[in-house]
Design a protein around this ligand. Structure first.
Ligand SMILES: Cc1cc2nc3c(=O)[nH]c(=O)nc-3n(C[C@H](O)[C@H](O)[C@H](O)COP(=O)(O)OP(=O)(O)OC[C@H]3O[C@@H](n4cnc5c(N)ncnc54)[C@H](O)[C@@H]3O)c2cc1C
Length: 512
């Protein structure tokens, strides 16, 4: 194996630290460490050619589209992503206003502007409002089971369905209306799958569901793209700190490694990359996505992780949620339309889907957001989660465009609706260094598994402390799946190293 060369080796003072991954967790950790004089020997190893990870803004349709993170969830003073974005002047005036910061959404998605049914008619607003209110009141009720040992059923999905069955028994309308109400509810289940990044709400654990914390503030976007934030963090780092196109293959720990340039020194960790270069280090902060960790668990650590830690990685959920952008020559929607819901009348949350994915994948699509920031072009952004989303990734752009044109013609009742001009989509499941979108607490796991995942190794008492530290969105117990959870986790691990090196340091934590 070749030894690495360049900035970090032998030249600086203090411990040698490697950060694996340059998403917001890795960049956040690096920024914090760089600001401390004890951490002169720092490197970030990134598998791909770009920083930002699941924050990914691309130029498209004459503007910016977000293939990954879309909103700042809960943009208010307690949200470090909001604070940083405000500091870097990346947000609009309205998003910064006190008024916006005080709005409590409860984390619920707003009502659609229009709801189309698969028979080509608009669904009555009254029914949609009634079903939204039922669905979200049931979602709110799940908080009752937080920290209780005796949740009535294992999953959020089963709980919602159990409650819905009771409601259905009291519905007095004709069968057609009752079926339509169930179909609307099914659409809200699909929305919740996108929010949770899961195939089915039956996979999401009920008791810990309420532990996810929603901050106040009306979700906002970055006018110039989310990636402006990670670009700003990156710009604050010394120039050659990040090494791109350096996929890490195996992390050898609990060892005593040497390197030619510093013959007297011993390092407890050796990071081996796919190209066979090796980086000895005292500490490594791992920020790779949980999807990557799940897939490479057997080969990524040598010696293997302690069984409990490996079990936590297997148990915590990690699913897929994707976006499909469609560009139209002319809008078919009203000027004030913000959100189009699609309701498949032959679906119900109380019935399982039986047909093959190729015939029904598009029924998981929740509908479309109208993207506001495009002046001369007209762009819709569709959201789709689960196995259907993963199946969509296997199709060509032409196949996706054709299927969605057929869907739109059918639901609008306009067989001559012009096809979209172009399509652009995310494919997070196929991305080899992500393997999905974000984490959730799956049936069989709890928030304790998240804490276990976040614990550094080796466990307490070992001679060489804090060899491997774990950050990334899946390691934050209450803000998992978000950019702010990821950023806080990076800061948390940087602070852990700073406290080890400099016990007198004034740290801004404890972090939320
Ligand atoms: C479609 C989608 C929509 C989302 N919407 C929102 C939203 O609206 N709001 C929100 O708050 N959050 C959202 N999220 C979640 C948010 O994007 C993530 O929680 C956050 O960006 C994760 O940051 P991270 O640093 O933990 O991981 P990542 O950003 O995934 O960074 C990990 C880095 O590690 C690198 N890596 C992986 N393997 C290796 C290896 N072997 N060697 C070296 N490097 C490696 C990867 O290439 C990547 O750059 C969304 C995510 C997706 C996918």
């Amino acid at each position: 194996m070749e030894s690495s060369g360049g900035r970090a080796e032998g030249s600086g003072r203090g411990p040698r630290v490697l950060v694996v991954g340059s998403g917001i967790a890795g960049l956040g950790a690096a920024q914090r460490l760089c600001r401390h004089p004890a951490f002169q020997q720092l490197r970030v190893l990134e598998a791909t050619a770009r920083a930002g990870g699941r924050i990914r803004s691309e130029r498209g349709f004459g503007g910016v589209v977000e293939l990954g993170a879309h909103w700042i969830h809960g943009p208010s003073q307690g949200n470090p992503v909001f604070q940083l974005a405000a500091k870097y002047q990346l947000l609009g005036e309205k998003d910064l206003s006190e008024e916006n910061q005080l709005i409590e959404t409860g984390g619920h998605v707003g009502l659609p502007s229009v709801s189309y049914a698969s028979s080509g008619v608009s669904v009555s607003r009254e029914l949609v409002v009634e079903m939204a209110s039922l669905f979200y009141s049931l979602i709110d009720q799940t908080r009752e089971f937080l920290h209780t040992a005796d949740a009535p059923v294992p999953s959020v999905g089963e709980y919602l369905k159990k409650e819905i069955r009771q409601h259905v028994a009291g519905w007095t309308e004709d069968e057609e209306t009752r079926n339509l109400k169930l179909a609307i509810l099914n659409s809200f289940f699909n929305v919740e799958c996108c929010v949770s990044g899961t195939h089915s709400m039956d996979l999401v654990a009920l008791a810990p569901f309420g532990e996810y914390t929603v901050l106040p503030g009306l979700d906002c976007t970055f006018p110039g793209g989310y990636q402006g934030l990670t670009n700003c963090i990156m710009a604050s780092l010394p120039e050659d700190v990040i090494v791109f196109n350096k996929p890490v293959k195996t992390i050898h720990w609990n060892g005593s490694f040497r390197e030619a340039l510093s013959p007297g020194e011993r390092f407890p960790v050796l990071v081996e990359c796919e190209d066979r270069t090796c980086f000895p280090a005292h500490h490594v902060i791992i920020t790779v996505p949980l999807g990557f960790l799940k897939e490479h668990l057997d080969t990524f650590f040598e010696p293997p992780l302690p069984p409990q830690k490996a079990e936590a990685i297997r148990k915590i959920g990690f699913g897929t949620s994707n976006k499909i952008f469609l560009e139209f020559e002319e809008p078919f929607w009203e000027p004030d339309c913000r959100h189009i819901q699609v309701v498949w009348e032959d679906t119900s949350p109380l019935e399982d889907v039986t047909s093959g994915l190729q015939h029904v994948w598009f029924k998981k699509l929740i509908g479309f957001l109208v993207l506001p920031s495009f002046a001369s072009v007209h762009v819709l952004c569709g959201f789709i989660a689960g196995l259907e989303s993963e199946f969509m990734e296997t199709l060509s752009d032409e196949e996706v465009l054709l299927s969605l044109t057929q869907v739109l013609r059918r639901v609008t009742g306009n067989a001559r609706l012009p096809a979209p001009r172009s399509v652009l989509r995310s494919c997070w499941y196929s991305a080899p260094f992500t393997r999905g979108s974000y984490s959730y607490v799956a049936v069989g796991s709890t928030g304790d598994d998240i804490d276990l995942l976040a614990q550094p190794l080796p466990e307490e008492g070992a001679k060489a402390q804090l060899q491997i530290l774990f950050a990334g969105e899946a390691t934050h117990r209450t803000f998992y799946s978000t950019t702010h959870g990821a950023l806080l986790s990076g800061w948390r691990e940087a602070d852990r190293l700073i406290a080890l090196q400099d016990p007198q340091a004034q740290l801004p934590g404890p972090w939320l």
